[in-house]
Each structure stands twice: as structure tokens, then as C-alpha cells.
Write a protein that binds this ligand. Structure first.
Ligand code: A3P
Length: 292
């Protein structure tokens, strides 16, 4: 099948591509169940990492086959996707036999199907600092043949600053979800950087949010399985089975690191710091492009 890189277009004020809007009515009418768990992120913020952790927390003890034979994108369907290479995310989610259903989305908060709110579902949001996020996004768009052509780095960065990325502005995304957290109790807002700093601690926080209590042994096992090097070599977690991705251009998991470091960024416990960095980059000191 010939893969066609789609054009970006304005969709109710957010830059999108047809592969995430074609099935819009069905997505908006999606019937969430009270125990569904939505994993929401801006692209490249650590979605797969957290999806894998949740999958292991809920289903790791049931059958090792699940993690060994089913790619993460089938275990945790991508709600809004309607890609030519696979079943739509909605179809996959509807077919899930497990409970709870783990469902991934990159939608900005205002686009989330209303049944998730009506059913008072638990939601895990992951944010990543803008600088590492945009670098990861750039390399992803190079290798993902179902995303628009990223062109050169400078123009990509410029478009990122202007919010002309698939799923729109990074700032609007992390900020929109941060605002939602202030009023919606069942939203756990995590940072990629905290996960890097101490994965075990963040898994503990997740467990307490989800109300699950794995044994110390299970937790240790999960923490090991979801380490970068382990996931990178695991075909069920590293997207190497995905036909639309060209690993000769770049792997899906490149570095999985926090590259942004300076004296203002010693602790990363609030999103305010991420926003601060974005604004700094936006102020146009010229340092943003040259450092990478
Ligand atoms: P890099 O491109 O910086 O390597 P998403 O799943 O939202 O698409 O995010 C992908 C990013 O998360 C990639 O970042 C990937 O390497 C990183 N990632 C995935 N699993 C990880 C892990 N176990 N540890 C650290 N980073 C991880």
C-alpha cells in the first residue's frame, strides 16, 4: 500500500491531519465506560512508556503472552486514529475484552469525547518539556510516513512555536490539560522528566491514583521491563512492527532523555516550569536552535 503523507489543516482552530479527523463523528460519540482509563498526551511526551506501565500494572500478572505477542498499539488503542494501515482506534477500543480498557489519545482537552467526562473516567496526562518534545517530534515526523513531511529543522521549530503541528500547539495542549486538572479530580498530571528522575516513585504515584496495589516484587519487575533499553529492544513496545514507520530514517525510541538542563530547572514538579521554558524559547534569543 502506498503511504501518503497528509497535509496539515485547520480543524476547529487546531492543526490536524485527516487520519485523526476522518472518523470524527464516531470518535465524538465514543461510549466510555466508568472504568476506562484514558492516557492523554501531546505527541512524543512519553505516551508509550506510560501506556506500557499501565498495561503491566493491570494485566502483567495475568498472562505474559499479552506483552509478548500484542503490540502496544493494539493493547492500548489510539482513539482518534483512522490510519490506512490498521483498524480505527475506535474499532479497536470497542473490541477490547479486558477491563479496564486502556485508551490513548493526543486530543486537546476540548476535543475529548464527552462520555469520558460523563462517566467520570480516570485520566493520566503526561507532559514533556517543550524543547525535548519538539526534537522528538521532529525525528518522529521524519520516520512516520503518515505524518506531514517535517522539512528542515529550522522551519519545523518555527512551525512548532506557531502551533502548526499535528494536534496543534504544545503550549495550548499542556496548558489546557493543566487547567482541566484544577477542576476534574480524576486527572493525574505527570511529567516525563519526573519519570526519568525516578520511575519507581512515579509508578507509586500512579498506583495510588489508580487504586491498585501491586506487590513489591511486581513493582520491581515492571520498573525493570519499562526501562528505556528494555522497551527499545522489545518489538511489542518499540513500534518496529508498524508498517508506516521507517526505522532506517530514525528509530521510534531515540534517546528517551532529558536534554534540557540549566540552573532554573533543578526540580521539575510543576508544569509552570515547562511553560516558562517554552516562553523563553519563544522570546527568540537565538539559543534555541543552536543548542541542538
Ligand atoms: P525520544 O524521541 O526523545 O527518544 P510517545 O510514546 O509519546 O510517542 O513518546 C516517545 C518518546 O518517549 C521518545 O523520546 C521515546 O524514546 C521516549 N520513551 C519511550 N519509552 C521510554 C522509556 N521507557 N524511557 C525513556 N523514554 C522513553
Amino acid at each position: 500500500m502506498e503511504l501518503v503523507r497528509p497535509e496539515l489543516f485547520d480543524f476547529h482552530g487546531v492543526a490536524m491531519i485527516k487520519y485523526f479527523t476522518d472518523n470524527w463523528e464516531n470518535i465524538q460519540n465514543f461510549q466510555a465506560r466508568p472504568d476506562d482509563i484514558l492516557i492523554a498526551t501531546y505527541p512524543k511526551a512519553g505516551t508509550t512508556w506510560v501506556s506500557n506501565i499501565l498495561d503491566l500494572l493491570y494485566f502483567g500478572h495475568m498472562s505474559a503472552d499479552r506483552q509478548k505477542t500484542i503490540p502496544i498499539y493494539n493493547r492500548v488503542p489510539f482513539l482518534e486514529s483512522s490510519l490506512p494501515t490498521m483498524d480505527s482506534g475506535k474499532e479497536l477500543a470497542d473490541k477490547l475484552q479486558t477491563s479496564p480498557r486502556l485508551i490513548k489519545t493526543h486530543l486537546p482537552v476540548l476535543f475529548v469525547p464527552k462520555s469520558f467526562w460523563e462517566q467520570n473516567c480516570r485520566i493520566v496526562y503526561v507532559a514533556r518539556n517543550a524543547k525535548d518534545n519538539v526534537v522528538s517530534f521532529f525525528h518522529f515526523d521524519r520516520m512516520n510516513l503518515l505524518h506531514p513531511d517535517p522539512k528542515d529543522w529550522s522551519s519545523f521549530l518555527q512551525r512548532f512555536m506557531e502551533g502548526k503541528m499535528v494536534f496543534g500547539s504544545w503550549y495550548d495542549h499542556v496548558n489546557g490539560w493543566w487547567q482541566k486538572k484544577q477542576t476534574y479530580e480524576k486527572l493525574h498530571y505527570m511529567l516525563f522528566e519526573d519519570m526519568i528522575e525516578d520511575t519507581g516513585r512515579e509508578i507509586d504515584k500512579l498506583c495510588s491514583f489508580l487504586g491498585v496495589s501491586p506487590s513489591a516484587e511486581e513493582k520491581e519487575k515492571i520498573t525493570g521491563v519499562v526501562q528505556f533499553d528494555e522497551m527499545k529492544k522489545n518489538p511489542m513496545a518499540n513500534y518496529s512492527t508498524c508498517a508506516a514507520m521507517d526505522f532506517k530514517i530514525s528509530p521510534f525510541m531515540r534517546k528517551g532523555m532529558v536534554m534540557v538542563r540549566n540552573k532554573h530547572m533543578q526540580t521539575l514538579t510543576e508544569t509552570g516550569l515547562i511553560l516558562f521554558y517554552y516562553r523563553q524559547g519563544k522570546s527568540g534569543t537565538g539559543r534555541t536552535t543552536s543548542r541542538w
